[in-house]
Write a protein that binds this ligand. Sequence first.
Ligand code: CP
Length: 315
Amino acid sequence: MKHLRSIDEVSAESILSVLKTADAMAEVNSRPIPKVPALRGKTVVSLFFEDSTRTRLSFETAAKRLSADTMTFSVGTSSVNKGESLRDTIETVSAMGVDAFVVRHKTSGVPWQISEWTDASVVNAGDGWHQHPTQALLDAYTIRVGLNRPERFDGLHIGIVGDVKHSRVARSDVQAFTKLGAKVTLVAPSTLLPASLEGWPVEICHDLDDVLPALDVVYLLRMQIERQEQSLVPSLREYSTRYGLDVPRSRRMQEHALVMHPGPMNRGVEIVVDPSSLRGSRVIQQVSHGVSVRMAVLFHLLGQGGELVEESGAL
Ligand code: CP
């Protein structure tokens, strides 16, 4: 892999290979000194034109744990504020010697543009409503670990609930989960689904209570109020009543079923219970798996067979 821009560009075999590497990275992360020299001499730049907590910090942590040098680009204090274009910004930062750009931008397609302006690898950390491939990989890894599925997801039924229309996470997850063999049902009112679902390998359900008892994974999406130009549900309260995960609904889930959410959560809207009180909740594990999976991604893109040894050199 040269870039990771979309799950669409990654085969099922490559997904499984990254998830397997994430197992090795999780082992590194469990060590007293969670650091290996695999990417020593490489430079990874975080280029976030949109806000982020989880993705930016976990990529920076991942790069540091692999001993890469990191640069963080803060739009608010950069020459973008003086009118410097995206292309000039990329070419300027590239000239400093960069091996990978981790990019988040509000406009779909920006990672593809950037990869034309630099020889460095480009990792899409979220472009508009379009793709968030490392979120999909960490979600797949969370399911792999949580449901003990080291290979494919055949026979699993995953429900993705809520604001699919504005969600790059949903688009990436649908591709990753179905490539691995899972059945995916989108659960939402029509107003929160894309205008066309042509080519989406999914089933549709408008009633969470109908499908809930059949699901192995209940994946709740954040209601992206900031991306909605008009009110797409009568009220958040009504949305929550029909699609929010509350205590009575959580009791109707299968015993083994997982509850996931990409974060940040709108507590009281898509999730009405405290997730830490739910047996199947993997919301916190998703975050810690994010570090292992992003280490695996950087290793696949930039690694040259560096062994996963501790700083001391011991195995
Ligand atoms: N899930 C996710 O992308 O979170 P952040 O916006 O905090 O990075």
